[in-house]
Design a protein around this ligand. Structure first.
Ligand code: GH3
Ligand code: MG
Ligand code: MG
Length: 248
C-alpha cells in the first residue's frame, strides 16, 4: 500500500488529537465533572466554533502533511528500487550482471523444494571473440553481445535466469530442469547463434558459441560447484572444436 495514503490517514488521526485533547483539558480543569456525555454537550454548545475549527483545521493540516511525507517516502522507495535494479543490470545487454547472477542463483538453489529437484546451469562463451573485436572493432563486438543476449532471452522459459557473467561469457540458470533438457536449451541457443548472421557494413559475419552444461547431482552441495562444473564442461566444448554443447 502506498505510504502517502497511510501517512495521510495517520495525520488525520493525529489531527483528531487536538480537539480531543482540548476537550479532556477543559473537562479535567473541572475535575472531570459532570459525566462524559454532559461535559461533551456543554463544551460543544459553549465552544463549538473552537472545536469545529480544530476538527477541520488540524485534521486537514495533519492529513496534508502526512500525505506530503508519505509521498516523499514513496518516491525514495521507488528510487531505491530503481537503483537496486541498476546495480544488478548489465548496461550493454540489459541482462542481469555478475552480482545479480550470484544472488539469483543462490536463491533458486536454496529454495528448491527438495535436494532431488534438478537445477541446471549453462555457461556460454562466444568463440574467437577477440578476433571479432580485432577484425571489426569493439563497437561491432558490442552489437554481437547485444544480439546474443537477445537470442538467450528468446530461448529460455519465463522462470529461467540469464546473466552476463563477464566479458563474452553468459550464464543461464534453469530451475527444475534435468540434464537432457538443459542440453536441449543449450543446443537451442548454440543453433540460434550459428544461424544468426550479423552484418558488418553489409558483410555477413558468423559468430558461434560454445556451451557447457551442468546439472545438480548428489555430490554438489552449493551453487558455486554447479557453476564450476558448467565451466569445466565449457572448457571441454572449446577443446573439442568449439560451437558445441558439452554436458558435465
Ligand atoms: P575462445 O574461443 O577461446 O573463447 O576465444 P576468445 O577470443 O573468445 O577468448 P578471449 O578470452 O581470448 O577473448 C575474449 C574477448 O572478449 C577479449 C575482449 O576484448 C572481449 N570482450 C570482453 N568484454 C567485451 C565487451 O564488453 N565488448 C566487446 N566488444 N568485447 C569484449
Ligand atoms: Mg571468455
Ligand atoms: Mg570466447
Amino acid at each position: 500500500m502506498k505510504k502517502s495514503f497511510i501517512f495521510a490517514w495517520a495525520g488525520f488521526g493525529l489531527g483528531l488529537g487536538a480537539p480531543l485533547g482540548a476537550f479532556l483539558l477543559l473537562w479535567g480543569s473541572v475535575g472531570f465533572a459532570p459525566r462524559f456525555q454532559d461535559a461533551f454537550a456543554v463544551q460543544w454548545i459553549s465552544y463549538h466554533f473552537f472545536f469545529e475549527y480544530m476538527l477541520v483545521g488540524t485534521c486537514l493540516a495533519f492529513s496534508l502533511f502526512g500525505y506530503y511525507l508519505g509521498s516523499y517516502a514513496d518516491m525514495i522507495r521507488a528510487q531505491n528500487r530503481l537503483l537496486l535494479a541498476e546495480t544488478q543490470t548489465d548496461p550493454l545487454t540489459g541482462l542481469g550482471n555478475h552480482r545479480y547472477l550470484h544472488e539469483a542463483f543462490q536463491n533458486q538453489y536454496q529454495n528448491r523444494k527438495s535436494d532431488a529437484e534438478p537445477i541446471s546451469c549453462l555457461m556460454m562463451d562466444l568463440d574467437f571473440f577477440k578476433k571479432v573485436n580485432d577484425t571489426y572493432g569493439h563497437p561491432f563486438g558490442d552489437e554481437v553481445l547485444k544480439a546474443f543476449a537477445g537470442l538467450i532471452k528468446k530461448a529460455i522459459r519465463p522462470g529461467d535466469i540469464a546473466a552476463r557473467y563477464g566479458g563474452e561469457e553468459f550464464v543461464c540458470i534453469l530451475p527444475n530442469c534435468a540434464k537432457e533438457e538443459a542440453v536441449q536449451v543449450g543446443e537451442r541457443i548454440r543453433e540460434a547463434m550459428e544461424k544468426n548472421v550479423i552484418y558488418f557494413k553489409k558483410v555477413p559475419v558468423e559468430i558461434t558459441v560454445s556451451v557447457g552444461a551442468a546439472t545438480h547431482n548428489g555430490k554438489i552441495t552449493n551453487y558455486q560447484d554447479l557453476i564450476r562444473l558448467a565451466d569445466r564442461a565449457l572448457y571441454r566444448a572449446k577443446e573439442n572444436g568449439r560451437n558445441k554443447v558439452v554436458a558435465y
